[in-house]
Design a protein around this ligand. Structure first.
Ligand SMILES: [Zn+2]
Length: 158
């Protein structure tokens, strides 16, 4: 078995919704970044790639590559799953935490878990998504950014 860690952060910008865990959620801002700026899925992908010692999403899906502009991060997550499967890794479980004062994601957590689980081909019980504020300090606390951290556990398939 192998464990990996992932981290990501995106700046906020004027807007009215964000995409987190593949779910569009109303917010008093949007998140800047290539693809859909889904900070939760980006942290998860880096955790999965890290567990397999397969570099990071910047290497596999470079922001400079027009093919990845505006692409759904869930689609990138499916590609990561496929890359892992090629190397005979299966996902045991993943756990992610979003850090930001807003949006309040409680009502959307179940949908986020379901979309991530579907993309990874695992049971929804193997996917945890949580959220916390940053106690109004730091870039997340000042609503300048939203960040996410994640861990992933892989098992070498027989
Ligand atoms: Zn990102």
């Amino acid at each position: 078995m192998r464990v990996g860690i992932g981290y990501d952060i995106h700046r906020t910008a004027p807007g009215d919704h964000v995409v987190l865990g593949g779910v569009e959620i109303p917010a008093p801002f949007r998140l800047e970044g290539h693809s859909d700026a889904d900070v939760v899925v980006h942290a998860l992908m880096d955790a999965l790639l890290g567990a397999a010692s397969m570099e990071d999403i910047g290497q596999h899906f470079p922001p400079s590559d027009a093919r990845f502009r505006g692409i759904s991060s869930l689609e990138l997550l499916r590609r990561v799953r496929s890359m892992l499967a090629d190397r005979r890794w299966e996902v045991v479980n993943v756990d992610a935490v979003m850090i930001g004062e807003e949006p309040r994601v409680g009502p959307y957590v179940r949908a986020m878990r379901e979309r991530i689980a579907e993309a990874l081909g695992v049971d929804v019980g193997a996917v945890a998504v949580k959220a916390t504020t940053n106690e109004r300090v730091g870039p997340e606390g000042r609503r300048e950014a939203v960040s996410a951290q994640a861990v992933a556990l892989l098992n070498s398939a027989p």
